[in-house]
Ligand binder design. Structure first.
Ligand SMILES: [Zn+2]
Length: 293
């Protein structure tokens, strides 16, 4: 709905529509209805319920329509105890979508990721990066404009790219363990794309920097929004040119080769590996079984 985001009269009406739904975000957490433990759902408020939650309507973000229903999101981080606020009490709990999205309907997880990422962008762009003046929200929450008329710079929501790669050689893959992870958990290598770099270049550089292994045949697989806090994760397969592996990255506790049998036998791929919500799990499962999970 980008073509109508600038229409403030229409937006003001839409915010009061009886079917409009609002998704609150609190300090990186999403509002979840966990009354059915097996199927958490995103919890929403209607227009009447949000009245006492904000005194600045311009900070309410229009996400778009889903099945004809207008969806908005709003940051309620200023509340100390949001779950006991009269507008929110009994309607849900604030949870990390990493913990619940695996069990949610896909499109609800996608919308919560959208709301969470854009809330983070607003939180970190209150001031202009060019001149330091406060910024104001425009375009239904999709632009922040510098309040200094001489600067007047528009700032747009940004997504930072990260790559995650399954490095394989023959019948084995590299898994690593970051310091501080829960016991037994391993994952494939990942890192941020640097300025001026191609995605394939980032894969090659990161593997070399983390474990000292040169790779070739870097092949794109799929992507995943990764709003922790504002990234897009791009998944790759890469073929190692050497068996020699040395942990060179301080953030890694250790890394080693795992054979396909090891992954299957120890059920590492299913219990101790990254959960199915993550692209790492998807890449590993496809490599182990040869099929999309
Ligand atoms: Zn400025």
């Amino acid at each position: 709905m980008s073509e109508r985001r600038g229409d403030t009269v229409w937006l003001a009406e839409l915010k009061r529509a009886p079917d409009a739904l609002f998704s609150p975000v609190w300090r990186t957490r999403s509002f979840i209805d966990q009354s059915d433990a097996e199927t958490p759902r995103s919890a929403h408020l209607d227009a009447a319920a949000i009245a006492g939650l904000t005194d600045d309507e311009s900070e309410i973000i229009f996400l778009g329509y889903r099945s004809g229903v207008p969806y908005f999101s709003m940051d309620v981080s200023h509340l100390e105890e949001p779950e006991s606020h009269p507008s929110l009490i009994g309607k849900g709990e604030f949870a990390d979508i990493r913990d619940v999205s695996l069990f949610m309907p896909r499109e609800e997880g996608a919308m919560l990721a959208y709301a969470k990422a854009i809330a983070y962008w607003h939180h970190t762009h209150r001031f202009c990066g060019r001149c330091g003046s406060p910024t104001v929200t425009e375009e239904a929450g999709h632009v922040r404009r510098c309040g200094n008329p001489e600067c007047n710079t528009q700032h747009f929501p940004r997504t930072d790219s990260a790559v995650i790669m399954l490095v394989h050689r023959g019948d084995k893959v590299i898994l690593a363990r970051k310091k501080g992870w829960p016991e037994g958990r391993h994952s494939i290598l990942a890192g941020f794309v640097e300025p001026g770099e191609t995605l394939e270049g980032a894969v090659t550089r990161e593997v070399l920097e983390e474990v000292g292994v040169p790779v070739t045949n870097v092949r794109y697989h799929s992507s995943q929004p990764w709003p922790f806090p504002g990234n897009l994760m791009l998944g790759y397969f890469a073929e190692a040119l050497s068996d020699d592996l040395t942990v060179c990255d301080d953030e890694l506790e250790h890394a080693r080769w795992f054979t396909r049998d090891e992954l299957m036998e120890e059920a590492l791929a299913f219990r101790k590996q990254p959960t199915a919500v993550s692209i790492a799990r998807r890449l590993l499962a496809e490599w182990v079984t040869g099929e999309e999970p």
